[in-house]
Unconditional design. Structure first.
Length: 453
């Protein structure tokens, strides 16, 4: 059994998204997969639509029971997600794991010992680690045969590698096991010069320590999470699913193993140079306008073919102009002149107004004296927002649809304070899929949180 720990101490890098979708795709390819959630936030259960109020026991109970000589079998807590995929859910109790294990011998090997009993039952175990250096993380790393480090292609993500190196170095001193460590570039947006430069820099410095696959920024993936589905179920034909199929294929074909301490030393020697390069990129990006990759346009009768960064798009097979334009826009933000070459009527939907600029960023943000909420629900008929600011009455705050792309937004003027809220999409209440700050509500569900400063 190969055990892959998904590790990064920086939040917002897509760690849980990678865990869920890699596990799901491996299962789809015929592997027997166990997904273990070691994060007290229990986002794997949320992302797979497992009702939290129905989780009676979690991985915490299994790990703690081994120290009480009343062991609970792992099979007693598992949830069958699909054919070939089972979930060992987390719970908020995991927050107390380190305190509960104080003074216990071999406390860093609890998960490893648990999984060893089931090594013949699964081909792969995927472990979603918490975004912190803790006993939970050490348990995951001790159990792992492979470590996958998702790295967002952004400036601050590079600095997060230093914390990761620290974690790996500590474990190196405590264990002599062989572990294969690889980096996965995530949330890659080809439209930004920063992302392209940093990806090239990562590849230049880490070479074969990186997966060839790149998980691009894809709204379908986040939309799938909001509906509690892996992307393979929500939209099997999406670019996001193609990325995870490619990643799964790489994982299945990986043969080479490398000791962790070799990789740590290699990273340590090069981290400073990468950080310097990233700082230069950040400064350059602040001074220079965004450089766009211009598409190549080729007409053949009524058919239009667009080539952009080696990606080909075609209006053949009866595809609507809007559908072609939406696909291309995922790879490149065109100027008005470029859009005019494609279809003059499309320009009206891409005027550079403040509202449309904001719609490129999903989530909640404070802009001057207002709080702007932006989300994506292409299939929704209506979207409302309810929270502390309107006495949880969604009918009082209706979100406005921006164009035909499925983007919804609203702007509220709110006093300084901390607010809880949820979206109501066609009558269904749900958390904001683009806001990672959440807290449990009395109904066993998650409220999204933001603070006005």
């Amino acid at each position: 059994m190969k055990t892959i720990a998904i590790v990064n101490q920086k939040g917002g890098c897509g760690k849980t998204t990678v865990s869920i979708n890699l596990a799901s795709t491996l299962a789809e390819l015929g592997q027997r997969v166990l997904l273990v959630d070691m994060d007290p936030q229990s986002h794997c259960a949320v992302g797979l639509a497992v009702p939290e109020e129905q989780i009676e026991q979690s991985i915490y109970d299994v790990l703690i029971s081994r120290t009480k000589n009343e062991p609970i079998k792992l099979t007693e807590i598992l949830w069958q997600i699909s054919d070939g995929l089972e979930l060992a859910p987390a719970s908020i109790d995991l927050s107390a794991f380190e305190q509960q294990m104080t003074g216990i011998a071999e406390r860093e090997s609890c998960l490893k010992d648990t999984l060893k009993e089931y090594e013949n039952d699964y081909d792969y175990t995927i472990i979603d680690c918490p975004p912190a250096v803790s006993l939970l993380t050490f348990n995951a790393l001790r159990a792992a045969t492979d470590i996958l480090v998702p790295v967002e292609t952004g400036y601050f993500a590079l600095h997060g590698l230093s914390k990761q190196l620290e974690t790996l170095s500590v474990l190196c001193r405590r264990s002599n096991q062989d572990v294969n460590v690889k980096i996965l570039a995530t949330m890659y947006d080809i439209r930004t010069k920063m992302a392209r430069e940093i990806l090239a820099d990562l590849r230049n410095h880490f070479g074969d320590k990186m997966f060839e696959t790149i998980v691009t920024f894809n709204t379908k993936i986040k939309e799938a999470s909001s509906f509690g589905q892996p992307i393979s179920e929500y939209d099997p034909a999406s670019k996001g699913q193609k990325d995870f199929r490619s990643l799964a294929a790489e994982v299945l074909s990986t043969q080479t193993k490398q000791q962790r301490h070799d990789f740590v030393n290699s990273l340590s020697e090069q981290l400073d140079s990468i950080s310097i390069t990233a700082n230069e990129l950040l400064q350059a990006a602040a001074k220079q306008p965004e450089v766009k990759i211009e598409p190549e346009l080729q007409y053949e009768g009524d058919k239009l073919e667009i080539t952009l960064d080696n990606q080909e798009f075609s209006s053949a097979e009866g595809r609507a102009w809007e559908e072609l334009e939406e696909e291309v826009i995922n790879y490149q933000t065109h100027t008005e002149e470029e859009l005019a070459k494609v279809e003059p009527a499309v320009i009206e939907n891409h005027q550079e107004t403040l509202e449309e600029k904001l719609s490129d960023y999903y989530g909640v943000d404070q802009v001057h004296d207002a709080v702007v909420f932006v989300t994506l629900y292409p299939r929704a008929e209506n979207v409302h927002i309810a929270g502390d600011f309107n006495n949880w009455r969604p009918e009082l705050t209706k979100m406005q649809k921006v164009g035909e792309s499925g983007v919804w937004q609203t702007k509220l003027e709110l006093p300084v304070g901390r607010y809880r809220y949820r979206y109501v999409v066609d009558g269904k209440w749900q958390q904001d899929p683009y806001n990672e700050k959440t807290e449990m509500n009395p109904y066993g569900e998650l409220n999204s949180i933001f603070e006005v400063k």
